[in-house]
Design a protein around this ligand. Structure first.
Ligand code: ZN
Length: 417
């Protein structure tokens, strides 16, 4: 199924314009519904035409949409089965809590675990990476892979084990490619925190880090991330401007060269899945592709994970095709299934798994397909974190549980690659 229509997106800009309060878009009074499409996606699409709605997520059977207060009545008259996910999206955003202040270091010189009690401003994330790296000086370094459209460096941490730096195959993580998916950078940072604090005494962590070099970029869309914190909580794309359009933003996860321009991406700059006009014409994607090629040409990429929210699913290659599979697909499915089982152990959070095209939706020009086909990754994955029913606006008290369950899955996965 294609990402839903661009007519919706025109409505979205209107909604933002109408509800703008100071610099920040307001979602007060918006309700969120899961709509069962009942195989009538085109009918749904035209029924929603003209309403101020925001599509939040979808799969083959359902679409999650936020509806502006003035169009709730019209929405209620539609002949589709719906489930209410949120009574007031604006209240959810308020309940997400204010951005936390930087917690500083604990008695061991490591950034305090209370970092995971709230969301933080982008500058605090930079401080966090710096402090975490400084607490693990013999086995890590800060890395920069290139500038964003607005000139922020895409950066993160490289970790290595007993054989020294750049000596083992890569595990490469990208977080927050979609700006509004705030939980992703936090969970990636939780994984880093566990490795850094556990390496000295935990033999499982030692074995993993001695086998792989980790290259971790928690926020690969810094411009969009900042914008989602200052102006529009639900911003998805980067902040790139283009000639001959007032529309802003390219979907970095449709701008990779493999499968570029296919179904599940859009050539319309107003679309939430705008691919750009050429592969890699978003500076963030260009930097990530170049960095991936460096890793591929060095010791190779064993595992790539692009971190997203909120479908609770492990996405394997491919997204661009539903009937093409990598040669090692059966092994990938087996590993993903056991990883999902480990993720479920702490809190019974269920994750689906399989080819991204089959278990979520078709998406062309995405990062995991690129890693599989163009960068030789043995496992080119995406993981969509918690959670229904909160969506992108996940309460801060779920940051730590989300990290804990994913850590369980990753420990299994890394030890069994
Ligand atoms: Zn995403």
């Amino acid at each position: 199924m294609k990402f839903l229509s661009i007519v919706w997106l025109a409505s979205i800009s209107n909604a933002f314009a109408r509800t703008s309060r100071n610099a920040s878009a307001s979602f007060d009074g918006f309700k969120v519904y899961r709509v069962n499409t009942s195989g009538r996606i085109n009918e749904l699409n035209s029924a929603l035409k003209g309403l101020s709605i925001i599509e939040l997520n979808h799969n083959d059977a359902t679409v999650d949409v936020a509806i502006s207060p003035e169009h709730l009545e019209a929405f209620d008259t539609l002949n589709f089965t719906t489930t209410e996910l949120s009574q007031d999206l604006g209240a959810d955003i308020a309940a997400e809590g204010p951005l936390g202040s930087y917690p500083g270091l604990d008695e061991n010189g490591v950034p305090s675990i209370s970092w995971f009690d709230s969301y933080h401003a982008y500058e605090d994330h930079i401080q966090y990476w710096s402090d975490l790296q400084a607490s693990f000086p013999n086995n890590s370094e800060l890395i920069q892979v290139g500038p964003s459209f607005e000139g922020r460096q895409i950066q993160g941490i490289h970790l290595w084990g007993s054989s020294g730096k750049d000596s083992k195959p890569a595990i490469f993580f990208n977080g927050n490619v979609h700006a509004r998916e705030w939980i992703t950078s936090k969970v990636v940072e939780y994984l880093l925190y566990q490795i850094v604090t556990g390496y000295e005494n935990d033999t499982v962590i030692q074995a993993v880090l001695n086998n792989y070099d980790f290259y971790v970029l928690p926020v690969v869309n810094p411009d969009g991330f900042v914008y989602s914190q200052t102006s529009n909580r639900l911003w998805r794309k980067n902040r790139q401007t283009r000639d001959n359009t007032t529309a802003i933003g390219t979907d970095i996860n449709r701008n990779w060269s493999v499968g570029f321009g296919g179904d599940g991406s859009s050539s319309n700059p107003s679309s939430e899945t705008f691919s750009g006009y050429q592969p890699g014409d978003a500076p963030e994607t260009a930097a990530l592709m170049a960095y991936a090629q460096t890793l591929a040409g060095d010791k190779g990429i064993k595992l790539y994970i692009d971190w997203h929210s909120y479908a609770q699913v492990i996405l394997l290659s491919y997204g661009y095709s539903c009937d093409t599979f990598p040669p090692n697909y059966d092994r990938q499915v087996a590993l993903a299934g056991e990883t999902a089982a480990r993720i479920a152990q702490p809190y019974n959070t269920t994750f689906d798994y399989g080819s991204g095209c089959l278990v979520l939706y078709q998406s062309s020009g995405n990062g995991r397909d690129y890693m599989t086909d163009a960068a030789g990754a043995e496992f080119g994955w995406g993981i969509e974190l918690r959670s229904t029913p909160y969506g992108f606006v996940l309460p801060a008290d779920q940051i730590l549980p989300s990290g804990i369950e994913i850590w369980e899955g990753m420990k299994y996965l890394w030890a069994n690659l």
